[in-house]
Design a protein around this ligand. Sequence first.
Ligand code: GDP
Ligand code: GDP
Length: 432
Amino acid sequence: MKPVVVLVGRPNVGKSTLFNALTRSRQALVADLPGLTRDRQYGEGRVGGRSYLVVDTGGIVRDHDPLATLVASQTRLALAEADVVVCVVDGRDGPNPDDFLIADQIRTLNRRICLAVNKTEGVEPEVAVAEFHALGLGRPYAIAATHNRGLDELMTAVLAGFPAPTAEAPTGGMRIALAGRPNVGKSTLANALLGEERVVVSDRPGTTRDSIYIPFTRDGKDYILIDTAGVRRRSHITDPLERHSVAKTLQAVDEAQVVLLVFDAREEVSEQDVTLAGHILAQGRSLVLAVNKWEGLDSARRDWIRRELARRLPFLSFASPHFISALEGLHIGPLFPAMERAYRSGGRILPTPELNRVLREAIAATAPPMVRGRRIKPKFAHQGGKYPPRVIVHGNLVAETPDAWRRYLAQRIREHFRLEGTPVEIEFREGD
Ligand code: GDP
Ligand code: GDP
C-alpha cells in the first residue's frame, strides 16, 4: 500500500503549492470535477518510481487553545492517517513561534516527521535551513515549491525506510474494494458479499490473518475483497478514525480492479460522496454503484435517488445504480455479474476500424464547433490504453475540443461498444 504523507504547517507557508507540485499530473482530472471540497485534499505523488498518497490539511491555525484546535480539526483526522508528517515552514521568515508550537504538537503523534523549509529559492540550502534546526524535527530540507526545487530530495527522504512495493496483489479472482462514507453499510455489505461460502482467510496458503486480501468464492467464481479497516477485524477496531480513514479507502481503491461505491438510500448525496467519487474516477477504476438500505422504500424514492445521483455526480453517468439491502440480503446477487461486466468493459479492446467508424458517425451526427472561425477536425482515433479504456484522437485543432463534445464522443463510444461501469478517457492530439 502507498505510504500516506500529510502536510502540516501554519497558513501561507506554501502547503497547497507543495501539494500541487507533488501531485501535478494526477490532480488535474479531479480539479475538473464540479462540487469537490477543498478543505482536506488527497492526491497521488511519485518519486523515483514510488508512489505515495499526499494529504494537504489546509493548515493548523493558532487559537487560544492551539492544542484543542489541532485535536478538533480536520488536521487531526488527516494526522491519524499519516505514515509520515511533513512539517512545512517559511524559510524567508525564520522560525516563528507557531512553528515551535506545531513542532511540539506533531512530536507527540509518534509518526515519522520530516521538516521542509520552503521558499528558499535563491538562497544556499545550508544557509536557508540553518535556523530551523532549533525546531528539533531533525534535518531540515530546503525546498522551493514554486520552483520545484528540492522536492525529489525531500520526498526521497520522506519515503526512506518504507519497503519498496514488492508483493504484487494476489491473482486468483477479481479484486473488489468497498467505498463510501461512514455508516452507509459497507461492513454489512462486505459480510453479505462474503456470504456463507466465505473462506476462512488463514486457511488459504499465502494469506495471513493480517492480510488485507480476503479471498472468497461465489457461484464457483473466485473473488478477493480488499479489506479497509473495520470490515474484517471490525470488533477489534474501536477508533472510528481508523475505521473511516479516507486514506485507507483510497489505498484499497488503488489495489482494486472494481470499486463498489455504496450510498445510503435514506440520505442525500453529500460533499463527501462527491469527493470520494472524484478520487475513484481519477484512479480510473471500474465502478458499480450500490444504493443501500433500500428495503421498504418505493419507486418514488428510487426516482429521487436517480435524480440526486445525476445532479451531484454527473461524471458517474456511466455507472447505473443497484438498489440493495445489505442488512436483508436483498439484490446482492446481481452485484457480481455487474462487477464482472464493469471489469470486462474496463479491459475491452476497441478495434481501430470500428473506433474510427464511431468517430465518423459521431461527427456526422453532431460536428465539433468552430473555434476562431475554424472547424475542429478530428481525423483518426485509436486505443491508447485500457483500465480504463483510453482513446486517442488525432486531428486539426482537436486540442481545443470543448468538454461537452469530449463527453458526447465518450458516450457514443460507450454505447457502441456496450461499455458498462467504466469511464472512457479521451485524449486529443494535434496533427495526424
Ligand atoms: P498554504 O496556506 O500553506 O497552503 O500556502 P500556499 O500554498 O497557499 O502559499 C502561500 C503563498 O506562498 C502563495 O502566494 C505562494 O505562491 C507562495 N509560495 C509557495 N511556495 C513558494 C516558494 O517556494 N517560493 C516563494 N517565493 N513563494 C512560495
Ligand atoms: P459502514 O460504516 O459503511 O461500514 O456501515 P455499517 O455496515 O457499519 O452499517 C451502519 C449502520 O447501517 C448499521 O447500523 C447497520 O446495521 C445499518 N445498515 C447496514 N445495511 C443496512 C440496510 O441494508 N438497511 C438498513 N436499514 N440498515 C442497514
